[in-house]
Design a protein. Structure first.
Length: 145
């Protein structure tokens, strides 16, 4: 048993480092991480607050409402109809850049690439993966209004 434990001890260290990295990313990007504890699933926000989700205490967590899909798609359609010559992905890209610029650079990621001469070139891209639908819907509604 002792030999087996030593053989896979690195897994515990790796899991701990992964969790610490996720916390750092959440703070840097003003998002949250979700993980399981002995008492159930929790969401740890970038500011350190922790909320219990998907447990008996809160009735299983907060489900996203299905109706939001039609509302968001309808808003996108109204915006796109005002600019019918724009391709769909171009529209989405433009909207993401607008959202980011109006919200303190939310989702902007800086990276370094190797340039054509082998030098490092700084570049950036947008990642709105963690943007909640209600925030996106509010933003789209402001554009339509």
């Amino acid at each position: 048993m002792t030999e087996h434990k030593r053989k896979f001890e690195w897994v515990d260290k790796w899991a701990k480092m992964t969790g610490e990295r996720a916390r750092i990313d959440a703070k840097a990007n003003k998002t949250a991480i979700v993980y399981r504890t002995e008492k159930g699933w929790v969401r740890e926000h970038y500011d350190g607050t922790i909320e219990t989700i998907n447990s008996e205490e809160n009735g299983g967590g907060k489900m996203r409402e299905k109706e939001r899909i039609n509302r968001i798609m309808s808003l996108l359609q109204r915006i796109w109809e005002q600019q019918p010559d724009i391709r769909f992905n171009q529209l989405i890209s433009n909207l993401q850049h607008m959202y980011s610029s109006q919200n303190e650079g939310y989702g902007q990621r800086i990276m370094k690439e190797k340039g054509p001469l082998g030098d490092e070139v700084e570049s950036s891209y947008l990642d709105l993966f963690y943007l909640e639908d209600d925030k996106w819907e509010e933003f789209l509604q402001r554009i339509v209004d």
